[in-house]
Design a binder for this molecule. Structure first.
Ligand code: FE
Length: 344
């Protein structure tokens, strides 16, 4: 459709995350959803590339026949098996499901950045696999082979059905709820829950001074993912304000149920792939940690806590506690810009 020729500026009061009535997605300014612009700037300031991190010591660790136990080698490859495809799933959802339907140009601006970051994350896993000369066919195919990974991936991918359909359009109550459901699943569950057992395992290696280059890659990824989660939560909360009719008690209960189901999938994953525990994290610890994380995600979108447990891995909290993220990002941004290394 040709552009309508007009001297009337866009009315940003009509701008919305979805279904904006005056939705000229070409005009970034004036801006309404300033959180998206802030996220875009933080993303740029946090820019990094996997190849900037030395993998030399990891290569020595991996080549040594005794430095890592067989369980550690297995665990390392399994979490990598989850990671390698998870960011591609996230990237596809941004580009194929979200982008087209988002009528806020500033949100679109951040999503372009976010999609690139997902590519950088997939690059990081590729770089680890290549550096250590792992069996790439085996690692990248794990999401179709290892039940616990498959179950998480297929749970998330279910929510693309319908939205990936080229005929799908927002603008009806039913479709808008479906879109918001997808957003909750990808932000709160995929970005907010499904990475966390695997993050904990990688930081477990780091705490033992093992595979430090790989762990540093994961730290940078974790920092980006926290921003993706924040942005997703901001979009969800803004849609709740812009279209409050969507956030029905039934819908809220539905999201709570999905988060509960996801928490079970996540701790089952951890318990299945680490049946004997690892680095002092046992089955009960993983369960409680995931429940703790799930509650925090629920509370960020105003939903009731379900588990009311304390954090059993306080060292994770020190490293990645999202309640400290403001401070964390401010300091990290400055340090990264002045060329410092990632050091918590
Ligand atoms: Fe992400």
């Amino acid at each position: 459709m040709p552009i309508e020729k007009t001297s009337t500026p866009v009315d940003i009061n009509k701008r919305r995350i979805i279904n904006g009535e005056d939705a000229d997605v070409m005009q970034l300014y004036p801006m309404k959803h300033t959180f998206a612009w802030e996220a875009y700037n933080v993303g740029n300031a946090n820019h990094w590339l996997p190849t900037e991190i030395s993998m030399q010591r990891d290569i020595e660790h991996w080549k040594s026949p005794t430095f890592l136990t067989p369980e550690e080698r297995e665990a390392f490859q399994t979490v990598l098996g989850f990671f390698t495809t998870a960011d591609s799933i996230a990237a596809n959802n941004i580009v194929i499901a979200f982008y087209k339907h988002i009528s806020s140009p500033e949100c679109r601006m951040y999503m372009l950045r976010q999609a690139y970051e997902e590519a950088i994350h997939t690059h990081a896993y590729q770089y680890i696999v290549e550096s250590l000369a792992l069996d790439e066919g085996k690692i990248f195919n794990m999401y179709r082979e290892v039940d616990a990974i498959y179950n998480k991936a297929s749970f998330v991918l279910t929510f693309n059905e319908g939205i990936f359909n080229p005929e799908f359009k927002t603008g009806t109550f039913e479709n808008d709820q479906k879109f918001l459901e997808n957003m909750c699943v990808f932000a709160l569950i995929l970005e907010g829950i499904f990475f966390y057992s695997s993050f904990a395992v990688m930081f477990g290696f780091q705490r033992q001074n093992k595979m430090m280059g790989s762990a540093e890659q994961i730290q940078y990824i974790m920092r980006d993912e926290s921003q993706h989660l924040n942005f997703g939560i901001n979009m969800i909360n803004t849609i709740k304000e812009e279209q409050p009719e969507l956030w029905t008690p039934e819908f809220q209960q539905h999201i709570v149920n999905l988060v509960r189901e996801a928490a079970t999938l996540e701790y089952t994953y951890a318990q299945t792939v680490f049946p004997k525990g690892i680095f002092g994290m046992n089955a009960e610890g993983f369960k409680q940690y995931i429940e703790y994380i799930a509650d925090r995600r629920l509370s960020r979108v105003g939903l009731p806590l379900q588990f009311n447990v304390t954090n059993p891995f306080p060292w994770m909290s020190e490293a990645i506690d999202l309640s400290k993220e403001k401070n964390f990002f401010e300091t990290r941004v400055t340090e990264y810009q002045t060329g410092g290394t990632l050091d918590w």
